[in-house]
Design a protein around this ligand. Structure first.
Ligand SMILES: Cc1ncc(COP(=O)(O)O)c(C=O)c1O
Length: 421
């Protein structure tokens, strides 16, 4: 298995036989061959469907082709794959027990650690996926207020349950009947949706910044965040922050702590256990009764191994200066890519925080240029995405960054050549 990514000048010569064989077998036994956000079916053919392993900031596909990883499993990997302290903590807990008749002591340890780490949190509950957490936040808001309506930003992603899935196949209009809509960063639109909800407003759900797939990202205007807080206070509704995608990548606390706005409830998953399956809902005391009054559970929600991994993840984030490392790597990559685009006379928009950036090409409505760029980067051993924000990790070394910037420069060259045709 090669360690260093290929840098082919000519045709794509990476071995692909294992991936092709797996895809063929999958087509027979998995509907559509694959489903969900990890389906490679809408990605350029350069993308493998199946991945074999990862270490640090490198991942290998099923054929053993190596990549520098700028997607980090679509977010969950923060410190790098197979982080030693996290895996050691998981192994130690696994040797004791994982799925048992009751949660392990680590559940209380983790709840205490999260309450200490995240300013707005007085309590914590755990689940498996981000959708569990966002759904639970809405349920708690409704239970606490006795009202139904939740406001969400148009186009925002909060998970794949019937109330929030972006593809409505198999859902009913009733699944979304109690939602109202506003536009991100447009306080007047949230105020008018709140006015429409009247005395039925249970909560406002919002992401830390606008990171809808396929669109340039938009940082939150602090006045918008403060306005939502005031709106919820005036209505007695819950301000719910969906920190599933951003949580612990931007800040060791809620992603709105630097903005100075505290939500009542927040939803977490993805990176909190560096790739181990865990989600959390954090809340303040005003919503404690609502939280304890509902019945929510799952067979695997109390597993101890991911909780031990989360404790080690938070410890490593603090001990290793991981947030600063991610910001540094992200800044070097952004500055390099933006400079390269300019040198190739290509108009791009590199939006969002440097730790989770998104690149678009001007006028590229059908993502043809983004697809070409991403495919060329993949061929050169850099795993990024044409229509979704990327995710940096604290494991990116100078060598990884050099591989990234060599690949992106050549990928821009390929885009320029394509446009010249
Ligand atoms: C902002 C946000 N909320 C919720 C979710 C749903 O999380 P999960 O896929 O773990 O259910 C995601 C997943 O990408 C997300 O990005």
């Amino acid at each position: 298995m090669a360690d260093q990514p290929h840098r082919p000048a000519g045709p794509d010569t990476r071995p692909r036989t294992a991936d092709r064989a797996l895809r063929q077998r999958a087509r027979a036994v998995i509907p559509g061959g694959m489903y969900g956000h990890q389906s490679a079916s809408s990605l350029p053919p350069e993308y493998p469907q199946f991945m074999r392993n990862g270490r640090g900031a490198r991942v290998w596909d099923a054929d053993g082709n190596p990549y520098v990883d700028l997607m980090c499993s679509y977010g969950p990997v923060l410190l790098g794959h197979q982080h030693p302290a996290v895996e050691e903590a998981a192994r130690k807990q696994a040797a004791l027990g994982d799925c048992q008749n009751g949660p392990g002591p680590v559940m209380v340890d983790l709840a205490e650690l999260l309450v200490d780490t995240v300013q707005h949190a007085d309590w914590a509950m755990f689940a498996k996926n981000g959708t569990d957490a966002t759904t639970m936040c809405c349920t708690i808001a409704r239970a606490q207020t006795g009202r139904k309506r939740i406001l969400v930003a148009r186009g925002a992603y909060h998970g794949a349950a019937p109330w929030c899935t972006p593809r409505p196949g198999g859902t009913t209009p009733q699944d979304r009947a109690n939602l109202g809509y506003y536009t991100f960063n447009d306080l007047a639109s949230a105020q008018s949706a709140a006015a429409e909800a009247g005395d039925d407003l249970a909560g406002v759900l919002v992401s830390p910044f606008k990171h809808d797939a396929g669109y340039d990202q938009e940082l939150v205007h602090p006045a918008f965040a403060r306005g939502l807080r005031e709106l919820c206070d005036a209505a007695g509704a819950a301000l719910i922050l969906d920190d599933v995608r951003c949580g612990f990548r931007l800040h060791l606390g809620s992603s709105w702590e630097p903005v100075g706005v505290a939500p009542d409830l927040s939803a977490w998953s993805k990176a909190i256990a560096n790739g181990h399956p865990l989600a959390a809902v954090l809340g303040n005391d005003q919503f404690r009764d609502g939280a304890q009054g509902i019945f929510v559970t799952g067979s695997f929600w109390f597993s101890a191994v991911p909780m031990a991994a989360a404790i080690a993840t938070i410890g490593a984030l603090k001990a290793e200066g991981a947030l600063a490392a991610m910001e540094h790597a992200g800044t070097v990559i952004r500055d390099g890519i933006v400079g390269q685009a300019k040198s190739w006379s290509l108009e791009v928009n590199y939006s969002g925080p440097v730790q989770m950036p998104y690149l678009t090409f001007a006028g590229d409505a059908d993502y043809a240029l983004a697809g070409l760029f991403a495919a060329q980067a993949m061929r050169r051993g850099v795993y990024l995405h044409p229509r979704h924000n990327w995710f940096g990790s604290a494991a990116l070394t100078d060598d990884d960054i050099a591989v990234v910037l060599t690949a992106t420069d050549e990928a821009f060259g390929a885009v320029r050549k394509h446009l010249a045709r």
